[in-house]
Design a protein around this ligand. Sequence first.
Ligand code: DGL
Length: 268
Amino acid sequence: MTGPILLLDSGVGGLTVLAAVRALLPDAAVVYCADWAGFPYGARREADVSARVAGLLGRLVERVAPSLAVIACNTASTIALDWVRPVLPVPVVGTVPAIKPAAERSRTRAIGVLGTEATIRQPYVDDLVRRYAADCVVVRHAAPELVQAAEAKLRGQPVDARAVEAALGGILDAPRGAAVDTIVLACTHFPLLRDELAAAAPPGILFLDGATGIARRVVQLLDGTLPPPGPGRFLATAAPSDLAALAPALHRLGLDGIEILGEGGRRW
Ligand code: DGL
């Protein structure tokens, strides 16, 4: 296993997973792909997300020959992980809602799950709740507006405080939501808004995501064979007009050079 680590998300959310990978493997070569041509995944139907992620990951694996691939997106992972694993020639690490650690930490036995519309309705999430949080009240809420707010924040734009409050209200004002002491950030975009969420939430609420666990799993799968040090590449399936505003955030994660896939920026 000598190729780079490949990460895929619908946009910039997966950078929160990359940051955790960078903390453990600061010099490893990485290729990050933002599927902006398919963004947002959370509003798509399951069949659409599966077909898109399987096709795109297949092409990316062929193109960059990675050591392993990380689906740095809860929506894509909870829908498509079981489909893509058997057909890709490299190990695939998924990002799934951190319900297990949340159930381990909650003292009130009431946890919230903030995700996209698609993620919170997945049987995969039902299964996580059944297996790890059967004795907890689990309040799920879809907050697609936070996905947009996170994309904007990384471009240096102000965060919409109403979006943050509405997302928290969706959990804490729901029936039995007042008891929630632990909120799972079940979308990789949301940790980008952790400070805003924590500032707007009642004191003592714990926000959890799965990024550190994913980074540890990546290290474990590499099994001591570190990808050679190399530059970070940022690929995108479409070019948004405000791409330049993202450059400082990408640079901080060692991603320099942005490539738009397809000829002349044509959508894949
Ligand atoms: N970052 C993605 C996730 O973790 C979702 C964003 C989207 O809706 O595209 O679920």
